[in-house]
Design a protein around this ligand. Structure first.
Ligand code: NAI
Ligand code: MG
Length: 366
């Protein structure tokens, strides 16, 4: 097969949930003849321990030449005192930056079995399935000028710039229209054009793009502060939300809590489409970190990792049928067994292996 996947387990439970993910990959190879050409590399603390850097140039090059990167999690308390550039997280940030992964997809899905885990009332979230699309390479976290200056009177000035150019808005906007088309055809563009120039341009570009290439998509606009309110008031009104880096950071964390559990949240980060393969530069990873408090104990919930992999099937390789199958199996498995992080009375508690077995069992039945 020519689906080249670079596997980067990382540290802590990243390694454990990735190992579990391999069992899903084995199952697909065996029963669906769906094969991947897998390579594995070190990233984060594991790479630092072996090579003195959280990401070697070789691993970066291998990741960039692969069709997709499957990432676990990085970090751990033993690396807390390292210099900034050597910290495990720098490996992840360097990957995102070098691969120019500007489109961050964070779905918020409430599985029927987990309705009670949400921070909202069941009727507000039951059946929730929304997608937050966050611009990841520009805006307040990257645009220049930024820094801390010392002023003439000796006081300091810290500043960041929330700048967005037309091409930057166009490329994230295109991903938004594309996603909406693949889902329910509704896209909400979120900015603050009432008080910010970057927001005025953002809205202008989105309206133009909609006219040019937004066929079949219903576009609406919302101010970011209102969006935050609407997300906790009536989240099911949304399908796909597209927004900038800063607002997307806040709104996606907010949407995450609608689902109630960190161990359930997948993500994808996409870049430009390779004209030769038609596949976007892409990295898939759970939202959670390396969970040092439970690492090495076999307790980690592998479902965020599995759903990140299912996003890879869907968005990199067009395997929607297998992605649906895996997601349905996750949903079915939740009705039978739970890891500690999502445990509710009446359910059978299990660990990483037991949860994985329950998903595979559900796939066998589907
Ligand atoms: P964390 O996500 O690792 O853990 C937060 C809490 O959630 C912990 O109590 C943990 O046990 C629990 N948890 C997380 N994922 C879970 C899962 N799959 N199953 C069951 N329980 C789960 O965040 P924390 O503790 O702030 O950071 C730990 C380390 O991870 C730090 O070094 C941090 O820098 C790093 N980190 C890495 C990320 C990444 O690789 N993308 C993202 C966030 C943090
Ligand atoms: Mg955040």
């Amino acid at each position: 097969s020519n689906r080249k996947v670079m596997v980067l387990p990382g540290d802590g439970i990243g390694r454990e949930v990735m190992q579990a993910n391999m069992k899903i990959i084995d199952w697909l190879a065996k029963y669906r003849s769906l094969g991947f050409d897998l390579s594995e590399g070190l990233v984060g603390g594991a790479a630092y321990d072996a090579h003195g850097t959280p990401l070697t140039d070789e691993t970066l090059a291998d990741s960039m030449s692969a069709d997709a990167v499957l990432f676990g999690a990085v970090g751990g308390p033993q690396y807390d005192d390292l210099a900034f550039e050597l910290k495990p997280e720098r490996g992840l940030l360097r990957l995102r930056k070098e691969m120019d992964l500007y489109a961050n997809l964070r779905p918020a899905i409430v599985f029927p079995a987990l309705v009670d885990a949400s921070s909202l009332k069941p009727d507000l979230v039951s059946g929730l399935d929304i997608m937050i699309l966050r611009e990841l390479c520009g805006g307040s976290y990257f645009a220049e000028p930024r820094g801390i200056d010392v002023r003439e009177d000796g006081s300091k000035l810290g500043y960041d710039t929330n700048a967005y150019s037309t091409p930057e808005i166009e490329r994230i906007g295109r991903v938004g229209f594309d996603l909406a088309r693949k889902r329910n055809g509704r896209l909400t563009s979120v900015e603050k054009s009432n008080v910010m120039h970057s927001g005025v341009l953002w809205r202008e570009v989105m309206i133009r793009l909609h006219g040019e290439e937004g066929e079949g998509v219903e576009l609406s606009h919302m101010y970011a502060d209102n969006c935050a309110m609407q997300l906790v008031r009536a989240p099911k009104q949304f399908d796909v939300i597209v927004t900038d880096n800063l607002f997307g950071d806040l709104l996606s964390d907010c949407a995450a809590m609608l689902t109630g559990s960190l161990g359930m949240l997948p993500s994808a980060s996409l870049g430009d489409i390779d004209p030769d393969t038609g596949i976007p530069a892409a990295m898939y990873e759970p939202v959670h970190g390396s969970a040092p408090d439970i690492a090495g104990k076999g307790l980690a919930n592998p479902l965020a990792q599995f759903m990140s992999f299912s996003m890879m099937l869907r968005y990199s390789f067009g395997q929607a049928e297998e992605a649906d199958l895996l997601e349905q199996a996750v949903s079915d498995a939740l009705a039978v067994k739970r890891t500690g992080d999502i445990m509710t009375p009446g359910c059978e508690q299990t660990g990483t292996d037991g949860m994985t077995a329950a998903v595979i069992d559900a796939m066998d039945r589907l």
